[in-house]
Design a protein around this ligand. Structure first.
Ligand code: SAH
Ligand code: SF4
Ligand code: F3S
Length: 449
């Protein structure tokens, strides 16, 4: 078939977004072009997330719709069979977990592609094009071969440096979907970074479930701060970020690197999950509130204008009102700059999901989440107000002409604050200096200086 078109729907975290870019790249090499319109696609790929029940449900309901598009016909034996096109690929974290059960549950799916089998996509596509239905979910080390990437045109390039997790927090599915921690070879990472920079990307975000674990399986001396130094040494003006850090794994060496290296930005994402010591223990997090606070205070005292963001879960099994209030207190006391929030969602296979007797009723979880969000908004506004009147460097990501005719550029500061600036010209991709004129909950306003 000539001119085949592929559409990818991505749910979940940046790791999935990065995987989608890799899929597009690989598929382009075997004759597929990207389409924004799923209805005209010859192949539909859903890149799924299983972090919460809601995201998993979304994946199944989406392929249900696609299955209907495929339609059925009657074969020579008189049985109903699904038409061969569009091919439907079920990829990502739900695929890794569900394996062959997905083919049973959704008989219109052609390929179930596990997170660690991404690089086999071109070969597997050939098999499904020949009419096979395939499941590929076995665990596997990081692929060494050079891979093709077709990045979404933007300013920031996602670059995975490690994958997997060994922590087994009692609520979390990720260790089951992304496997054990594995570091990518530095040569591959550096080659990918250089390629992205040569294509015009201005910001590199290193990705991993726990970036602090980078290098544990590599030769002595190759760790996160070493990698940051290698990347920082590449010529040109660009920014470097990294996510996610595990609180107690952040080393002084990494903090030093952030202070010393001009390209590495003053930004740490350090999920705390709860502000209560008992709940933290039940979550199998390896720190208590005092330890987290010490880490936060230490980073703030050393890194000027640092932004520290976090993640929190409301309504973990057994969480009392008092324990929940400790989370609210922690958020405020630590002056966290921003937090992702979610209410607890039981995940099959995880330890906490078995504590059914301790489940918090839905209405209580919803009410706690709303309070958590209210605190988060107050923290964000307070954090943004700290920068009123300040001069900051902004990397411009976007230019728009608004409905009322206003022309506005939008970008981020080094410490990851969004800034809107009135400007007649499209300065996308440029580094500019601005003065902050106004602070809102989710963004700052600024003017060119
Ligand atoms: N590796 C990171 C987090 C990755 S998962 C860390 O250690 O913090 C992203 C976020 O999803 C988590 O920080 C957590 O807040 C949330 N999350 C994970 N499992 C969840 C569940 N079962 N219910 C609700 N939120 C969950
Ligand atoms: Fe999940 Fe915990 Fe691993 Fe983060 S550290 S991915 S929350 S198990
Ligand atoms: Fe979701 Fe998998 Fe990311 S479960 S959050 S897509 S690692």
């Amino acid at each position: 078939m000539e001119n085949k078109k592929v559409y990818i729907e991505t749910l979940g975290c940046q790791m999935n977004k990065s995987d989608a870019e890799r899929m597009y790249g690989m598929l382009e090499h075997i004759g597929y072009t990207q389409t924004e319109n799923p209805k005209e696609a010859d192949m539909l790929i859903i890149n799924t997330c299983s972090i919460r029940q809601l995201s998993e449900d979304k994946a199944y309901s989406q392929i249900g719709v696609w299955g209907k598009w495929k339609g059925v016909s009657i074969n020579e034996k008189g049985t109903r069979v699904y038409n061969p096109y569009p091919k439907i690929v079920f990829a990502g974290c739900v695929a890794q977990q569900g394996g062959k059960n997905i083919l049973k549950r959704a008989p219109y799916v052609d390929l179930v592609l596990g997170t660690q089998r991404l690089y086999e996509l071109p070969n597997l596509v050939k098999r499904i094009e020949a009419g096979e239905r395939v499941v590929s979910v076995e665990e596997k080390p990081f692929e060494e071969s050079e891979i093709q990437i077709n990045r979404v045109k933007s300013i920031n390039a996602w670059v995975p440096i490690m994958e997997g997790c060994n922590n087994f927090c009692t609520y979390c599915i990720v260790p089951y979907t992304r496997g054990r921690e594995r570091s990518r070879k530095p040569e591959l990472i550096l080659a990918e970074v250089k390629k992205a920079l040569s294509e015009g990307f201005k910001e590199i975000t290193l990705l991993g479930q726990n970036v602090d674990s980078y290098g544990k399986d590599l030769p002595e001396g190759q760790n996160l701060s070493w990698l940051l130094r290698q990347i920082n040494a590449i010529e040109g003006k660009f920014r470097i970020r990294f996510v996610t850090n595990y609180p107690t794994d952040i080393t002084d060496e990494v903090i030093d690197t952030v202070i010393e290296l001009d390209k590495v930005c003053e930004y740490f994402h350090i999920p705390m999950q709860s502000g209560d010591d008992y709940i933290l223990k039940k979550m199998n997090r390896r720190y208590d509130y005092a330890t987290y606070k010490k880490i936060c205070d230490h980073i703030r005292s050393r890194v000027k204008d640092v932004t520290i963001t976090s993640d929190f879960i409301a309504g973990f099994p057994g969480e009392t009102e008092e324990q929940f209030e400790n989370t609210l207190k922690a958020m405020t006391e630590l002056e966290l700059d921003y937090s992702n929030t979610a209410s607890y969602s039981p995940r099959e296979k995880t330890v906490a999901a078995k504590w059914v007797d301790l489940y918090i009723p839905e209405d209580v979880k919803t009410e706690r989440l709303a309070r958590l969000n209210e605190h988060n908004r107050a923290c964000c506004l307070a954090s943004n107000k700290k920068y009123l009147g300040r001069e900051m460097e902004v990397l411009v990501e976007n230019f728009e002409v608004r409905k009322n005719g206003d022309k506005v550029i939008t970008g981020r500061t080094r410490n990851n604050k969004i800034v809107h600036i009135p400007c007649d010209r499209d300065l996308t991709g440029e580094f500019i200096n601005v003065r902050i004129t106004n602070a809102r909950t989710w963004y700052l306003n600024g003017e060119l200086i």
